[in-house]
Design a protein around this ligand. Structure first.
Ligand code: AHR
Length: 767
């Protein structure tokens, strides 16, 4: 095998290729990166956020030896933006009588000897000499530190520093009130003073981001951005960036798309600060007035609030302090501009309604800020009708960069590692804004590494790429996989993180063409045709299937089956096992009850290995062909399709070898080739950074692979070598670094299941 580095060819700049994507899901912000320890600090939690929430979520009344009545009241206490506050009526004063906050799941991690800043707004019904006592307590209720403070009968902000003597992994905040009568509380906060660079970010989590050396930070989501009401004043409004800046008192609590509450303590100003602090370029994502989850759309004639938000955001980031929004940034403490270069309009939206709105926002930004690079979207699928629409509309509008997202089986990444070879380097560039293989094992990470060599080689097409999403609090899992897992005191870096980190640390300045030759591909799927069981199922519906037939296209043989009716709870019904090379499955389907549609499985070996056609999937909106490999799904292609009740649909799947064509009522929806799994013994890419050549080599096989490395005539080379290794299912990875020397023609051994990074300095590359 030979890896040849085409040293004489012109390199292509790698630009801002590898970065990160932060979405506030899995409690990545509140209960995560945002270091607030008090959950529901302003008593604003509501069933709108989550059906189990109420204004006292996270709080408990402590009666101790006294008696208290508690109620959450509504009115203007601290800010009209956060109108709820707590009233404690101390009817019988006593020991430990007051209120307690449990923090986020797992309790508050309190470190002995570290300072915590407590603050709250409070007032008493009347001036009293008896104080409020604030205590940090351990899991057994023992006070680690406590301080008392007299309150007045006016709303005032109180602040105190608390230093627990010893640590507690699951501690609490308790507040006791001596004396009789009513006490009012709002915005009760407890933050560690030791934060990342003194900014409002949990230190260990932010340090993990800095260590990646990302080129950019995409924020604040994801679906988080586009789900919600159109009116920014609505309690469940979409994420509107203007709600997220200014004093935290005035940031209105909002429902988070991921079923919890967001205080917005981590807002756009903080995201810009974070990007700056970790050395990444900010890539904010905003909505264009379209909620794809609930099909809410701003009237096309009333798009000005959305265009204005976009323009103001750029001014907020880049304007000087003489501009309205630049002045707001300066007032928050950052007079220098943030140097915004990119703006993403939309996340995964599909359909014409979105693109009409997108264009309005895009045109407005273009007119005022022609240098800002606009990122459009190609939806949440890697191929199909909406993906193509996204690209077509982006080309028509001269969008600079198009955001692609896909989460797939690891094998999909191996099969598609050269995906971007066919893209037009003169068209809009690609932002691979979210991608990951389903899982956090070493095998997942390695398959992603193989894919990243492809991204790197095609850096002229792929401008930006980010693994998604960054964080997961292990107590609140909305979405997997994620790059960094944590609880209230620990951080677990995944193998995927280690891979991302090495690619970011070794991104180089320009990518140099590399070719792999003289190797035998490893054919892991030998079957020529897509054969196996055929099953009919439902997607939470009651369905009637009639006129069911499978026809052998080579012999003309037809097998027919009796009608089938399935309810939402019924298991899929197996029809037959097919070993033909060319065949057609035909069935008439009618939805009798339910909201979605039908599903047909074919070429099925078992639950883990099969193809599945879903008609009316997700919110009865999609027609998707999914391939399952090792139990993990890869959506191969998607089209918009809605199943109507009581309508009969004529569904046809034509299989020709590995080609699948899908028709509904004779209209073609899918036509694609299902690639067999053929693995390269090695995947590789090379970049240059100043005088260093950096070669990345990925071996996803369980054997050592050997290859000559041809630096075109250089006979001798030496440098440093980093090898990351692990076993397939490992969730930790071992890394070794050493020096290496090699003569021309030497074979280099690449260990099983490894990522190797060879760094050779020009002066050690001798002729
Ligand atoms: O990253 C999780 C979700 O996946 C994002 O919110 C969305 O953009 C994608 O579908």
């Amino acid at each position: 095998m030979k890896i040849r580095i085409h040293t004489q060819e012109t390199g292509k700049p790698t630009g801002d290729l590898f970065g990160i994507f932060f979405e506030d899901l899995n409690h990545a912000a509140d209960g995560g990166l945002y270091p607030e320890l008090v959950q529901n600090r302003s008593f604003e939690f509501s069933p709108i956020d989550h059906p189990d929430y109420d204004a006292m979520t996270g709080w408990q009344i402590l009666e101790g030896t006294g008696r208290v009545r508690a109620s959450v009241q509504y009115g203007v206490a601290v800010s009209e933006k956060n109108p709820h506050y707590l009233c404690l009526d101390i009817q019988e004063p006593g020991e430990k009588t007051g209120v307690r906050n449990d923090g986020f799941a797992g309790g508050m991690y309190l470190k002995g000897g570290e300072a915590y800043r407590f603050s709250c707004y409070a007032k008493r019904e009347q001036d009293l000499e008896e104080p409020m006592t604030v205590a940090l307590v351990d899991e057994d209720g023992r006070a680690l530190v406590q301080i008392s403070q007299i309150l007045t009968s006016r709303w005032e902000r109180y602040e105190m520093d608390l230093i627990p003597l010893t640590s507690a992994k699951a501690g609490h905040l308790e507040m006791y009130f001596a004396g009789r009568g009513k006490v009012y509380l709002d915005l009760v906060s407890l933050m560690p003073e030791d934060t990342y660079k003194g900014l409002p970010f949990r230190k260990d989590l932010a340090e993990a981001l800095e260590a990646l050396h990302p080129k950019f930070l995409r924020f604040p989501g994801g679906c988080l951005v586009h789900d919600g009401a159109l009116d920014p004043r609505a309690r469940d409004s979409m994420y509107r960036w203007k709600n997220t800046i200014g004093p935290i008192e005035d940031r209105p609590a909002r429902r988070n798309n991921w079923n919890y509450n967001q205080t917005l303590g981590l807002g756009f100003y903080e995201y810009f600060l974070l990007a700056e602090a970790i050395g990444a370029k900010p890539v904010p994502v905003i909505s264009a007035g379209y909620d794809p989850h609930h099909h809410r759309e701003a009237p096309i004639t009333e798009m000005w609030p959305w265009t204005r938000d976009a323009l103001h955001l750029i001014e907020f980031a880049n304007g000087d302090d003489q501009t309205e929004w630049g002045a707001k940034r300066a007032a928050m403490g950052h007079p220098e501009p943030f140097g915004l270069e990119y703006l993403a309009i939309g996340n995964e939206e599909v359909g014409e309604a979105f693109f009409d709105r997108y264009k309005i926002v895009l045109d407005a930004v273009r007119r005022k800020y022609p240098d800002i690079k606009i990122i459009g979207t190609a939806g949440p699928f890697n191929a199909g009708g909406e993906f193509e629409r996204g690209w077509a509309r982006s080309k028509e509008t001269n969008t600079d960069i198009v955001d692609e997202h896909y989460y797939m089986a690891p094998e999909w990444f191996l099969k598609n590692h050269d995906r971007y070879a066919s893209y037009d380097a003169n068209g809009p560039k690609v932002f691979l804004g979210e991608y990951a293989s389903w899982g956090n094992t070493w095998y997942n990470a390695l398959c992603e590494a193989s894919y990243m060599t492809g991204l790197e080689q095609h850096a002229d097409v792929v401008a930006l790429a980010a693994y998604a999403p960054l964080f997961c609090n292990e107590n609140y899992v909305n979405w997997k996989p994620d790059l960094i897992w944590f609880n209230n005191h620990e951080v677990r870096l995944t193998p995927n993180y280690e891979v991302q980190k090495q690619f970011m640390l070794n991104q180089g300045e320009e990518t140099i063409p590399v070719s792999l030759s003289e190797f035998e591909p490893i054919v892991q799927e030998t079957e020529e045709a897509l054969t196996g069981d055929i099953l009919l199922g439902t997607d939470d519906t009651t369905v009637q299937y009639t006129d069911i037939a499978v026809r052998n296209a080579d012999t003309g043989e037809i097998r027919t089956f009796s009608d089938i009716q399935l309810g939402p709870k019924d298991r899929p019904r197996r029809l037959d096992t097919i070993h033909w090379n060319r065949y057609t499955i035909r069935v008439k389907a009618k939805r009798l009850e339910g909201q979605k549609g039908f599903c047909l499985c074919f070429a099925r070996k078992d639950d883990d290995e099969q193809l599945k056609l879903t008609v009316g999937g997700w919110q009865n909106q999609d027609l998707i062909l999914t391939q399952f490999t090792g139990g993990r799904g890869s959506d191969l292609s998607q089209y918009l399709f809605t199943v109507k009740p009581d309508q009969i649909y004529d569904l046809t799947i034509r299989v020709d070898g590995r080609e699948v064509t899908v028709y509904v009522d004779q209209n073609e929806y899918q036509d694609l080739y299902v690639k067999p799994l053929i693995v390269q013994p090695l995947y590789t890419s090379c970049v240059r950074e100043d005088k260093d050549w950096i070669l990345k080599v990925v071996n996803v096989t369980e054997e050592t692979q050997r290859s000559v490395i041809d630096f075109e005539g250089r006979l001798h080379m030496s440098g440093t070598r980093l090898v990351m290794r692990g076993k397939k299912e490992d969730t930790r990875v071992s890394t070794q670094e050493d020096d290496f020397t090699m003569q021309s023609g030497d074979e280099v051994a690449f260990p099983p299941m490894s990522l190797t990074i060879l760094k050779v300095h020009e002066r050690f590359l001798e002729k």
